[in-house]
Design a protein around this ligand. Structure first.
Ligand SMILES: Cc1cc2nc3c(=O)[nH]c(=O)nc-3n(C[C@H](O)[C@H](O)[C@H](O)COP(=O)(O)OP(=O)(O)OC[C@H]3O[C@@H](n4cnc5c(N)ncnc54)[C@H](O)[C@@H]3O)c2cc1C
Ligand code: SF4
Length: 330
């Protein structure tokens, strides 16, 4: 392994200064993704700035009901928080569906959103990969792409984003706060991840050297009746091959409001706006749910090995919305 320097930051300004002084430096959260990538040579930082000592480990509810989650809150603490479980059950379920208990005890909110793709070509430094080495090619398109993207991909990269937490946060209009050398800033999660285009190595709209300080989730009464459903190749300790965060508000038999976000089908958590539009005002019935899924998935461009994801996502939408309606009727 390449030698590197390790430093602990105790305040946000100090963390930014340490990173700014060294273009080869990276922030370290729980290290559950970055350290793995350092072991395989995908990441080769000369300095790690540990952010876990920063005072960003609180979850608070503001007077207007917004939930503020500090960037160094662990995945375990987020999933266990009573306000998260009560007001955004799909978010708690999404976090608990990820990784293992030990990993969730280490992993932070900021690190989870910035974890890198699990595409096997990306993590194998002996292979070309446009995301790792821009311009080197995308072997997944002609090679192994069973678990790759069906929505929003490009001829340059077809990888999917692995975060479960990010899918639920996307459904609930979360906003990422950060600090950079130019001061504080905010990015709605819908703008946080960049479209793939011909620059798959550029993944987020964060300014260079920015530190994520937290994530805010606005009040959303619809989220109280929500669910996260993850499909994977084994029952635990595996990344999704398709997932759904869904919330629904039904009044007098019709859909008043619905929130839907898809996971493991695109380079970023995928907000299903077309499906939400199709659902609004429609009868709360399986036929409407299937039509809404079809409206979203009309944009899907599956590759030879991953057409199953289109059927999978359609079935997930129908099943989860039906279950939520049954729960509401109880
Ligand atoms: C075996 C295994 C199974 C897993 N399964 C799942 C799963 O099913 N679902 C899922 O969602 N995840 C899964 N994960 C991924 C895990 O959730 C992530 O590794 C974890 O959330 C990353 O958080 P971290 O704090 O450890 O990040 P780190 O590894 O410390 O950092 C990740 C990246 O974020 C950057 N960073 C960290 N904090 C900040 C900050 N505050 N500001 C700016 N940059 C920052 C780092 O520089 C690095 O680039 C799995 C991981 C493993 C090892
Ligand atoms: S899909 Fe993306 S990450 Fe995977 S090999 Fe192609 S360019 Fe690299």
């Amino acid at each position: 392994m390449r030698e590197f320097t390790y430093q602990r930051a105790s305040d946000v300004s100090g963390a930014l200064a340490l990173l700014d002084a060294d273009p080869d430096a990276r922030f370290l959260g729980g290290g559950t993704n970055l350290v793995d990538l350092m072991k395989t040579g995908v990441e080769r930082p000369g300095r790690l700035v540990d952010v876990r000592g920063l005072p960003l480990d609180r979850i608070e509810v503001a007077d207007d009901g917004t939930l503020h989650i500090g960037a160094t809150v662990t995945n375990s603490d987020l999933a266990a928080h009573p306000e998260v479980r009560r007001r955004y059950p799909a978010l708690a379920q999404a976090v608990l569906a990820g990784a293992s208990g030990q990993l969730r005890n280490m992993a932070t909110v900021g690190g989870n959103l910035l974890q890198r793709t699990r595409c096997g070509y990306f993590t194998d430094v002996t292979k070309p990969c446009n995301k790792r080495v821009p311009g080197s090619g995308c072997p997944a398109i002609e090679g192994e792409h069973r678990n790759h993207a069906v929505l929003g991909a490009s001829d340059h990269c077809v990888a999917v984003h692995p975060s479960d937490m990010g899918v639920a946060l996307t459904a609930f209009d979360a906003v990422v706060s950060y600090r950079s050398a130019d001061g504080p800033g905010e990015l709605p999660l819908s703008e946080f991840y960049l479209p793939v285009g011909d620059t798959p190595h550029l993944e987020t709209a964060l300014p260079p050297g920015a530190l994520i300080t937290g994530v805010s989730v606005p009040p959303a009464p619809v989220a109280a009746l929500s669910r996260y459903r993850k499909v994977r190749e084994r029952a635990s300790y595996a990344f999704a091959i398709g997932s759904l965060a869904a919330a629904i508000d039904v009044r007098d038999g019709a859909v008043h409001e619905a929130r839907l976000a898809f996971g493991a089908v695109a380079s970023r958590p995928w907000r299903a706006h077309a499906a939400e539009r199709a659902l609004t005002g429609a009868p709360a019935h399986a036929d409407s749910f299937a039509a809404a899924a079809d409206a979203e998935l009309a944009a899907a461009r599956p590759l030879p090995q991953n057409g199953y994801k289109v059927t999978l996502m359609r079935n997930l939408v129908v099943a989860v919305l039906t279950e939520l309606c049954e729960e509401a009727a109880r």
